[in-house]
Design a protein around this ligand. Sequence first.
Ligand code: F0G
Length: 446
Amino acid sequence: MVAFKSKMVESISLPSRDRRERNLEAAGYNVFNLDADEVFIDLLTDSGTGAMSDAQWAALIRGDESYAGSRSFDRLESAVADVMGFSHVIPAHQGRGAENVLYGTLLSSGDVVPNNTHFDTTRAHVANQGGEPVDCPVEVAFDPDADDPFKGNTSLARLREVVDDVGTERVPLIVQTITNNSTAGQPVSVENTRRVREFADEIDATFVVDACRFAENAAFVSRREAEFVGEDVGAIAREQLSYADAVVMSGKKDGLVNAGGFVATDDPDLYERCKERAILYEGFPTYGGMAGRDIAAMAVGLREAVEESYVFDRIDAVDEFGSMLADVGVPVYEPVGGHAVYLDAGTALSHLPCEVFPGQAFVCELYREGGVRGVELGSFAFPDTDRPELVRLAVPRRTYHREHFEHVAETAERVLEKRERVSGLEITSEPEIAELRHFTAGLEPI
Ligand code: F0G
């Protein structure tokens, strides 16, 4: 049941087919280069693209722009304490700013960092500190049809193997990403978080949770994990986060804002060390690269994110979108994750080998056929990793409605109808940092 109504609207329009063709060519077949005005339904990301509530807009106007000790920061501190259970918070301009502060503080060259699956900025930040990011997903994660409630979990066996291989002294940090964005937005069980915590204690490592989508994760736990079925989403979120020494957060996801993020911890020493780096890269620790008004809106957003009327509607809407796509024959990663529907383009375009990027070809066709923008998360985004050729259709929070999703499903159906005629792509230009190439590389059809 949708628990909100519109108070302000924004016009969107579908450019003509000719125009879409020209736009695609001019963008070098990389949809990151498209003008947003030329996109009809924008499912590039769920990050910072959602609609704020009237309570958040009201908070925004009352934001306090003081350089130090602002009232907005106090509000954030209490929201983080109430919702997430941490007493210290350092704002950052967005999630990757928080990653830079925390990972720059905790890591040294030669360290190995296991994570259930690294998101691309996390991978890049670990590498940027001279560290080696290692993914430890459960095996079932890469089976798009396996019916398992927590395909986002960390594999304890893989974790142990990595540590046995390199030695405990090279693993000062273990990360767990909830929900697991790079594994189709799949949730992580509280029991799995507990077991990773125990393992971190065993090897004396710091345990960090990437909490970008912690509320959506808790909603899944409340539906799927026997111990917590029917329990309050807010209580589940606090329990799951209680196992972490620190969290990195992008407010652009479950903070329900357009900009912002933070590091939070209960550890006073870690807090002090992070503060120094935060001042260098982000700003004074009571604003950390954010405007006071944005901090105020994020404080309200965090509380709204764990309201059950909001968060169950959120995961149900994404699930319904997944069913619409599956109904027209699109191979959809099952079960559908929290913030996006992931399509298996390797199966949909099975005539294209991974070297010619079937996922990116599918993304281009969705734009060509219906002005829809998604993102490739297969061989193009993650070179040299053994992943399925996924395409992500991320759902901005509180933004699109059933008719929009129907348009996307109809568009995907048209792509499937012409699948034999879809050609692969080759890269014509790429940046130096391979981990981030999908943002800027240029391509052309083969
Ligand atoms: N961690 C995870 C799991 C993320 O999904 C993201 C961002 C970040 C960290 C970085 O946060 O964007 O605020 O700097 N994910 C967005 C996405 C960009 O589209 O999935 P950020």
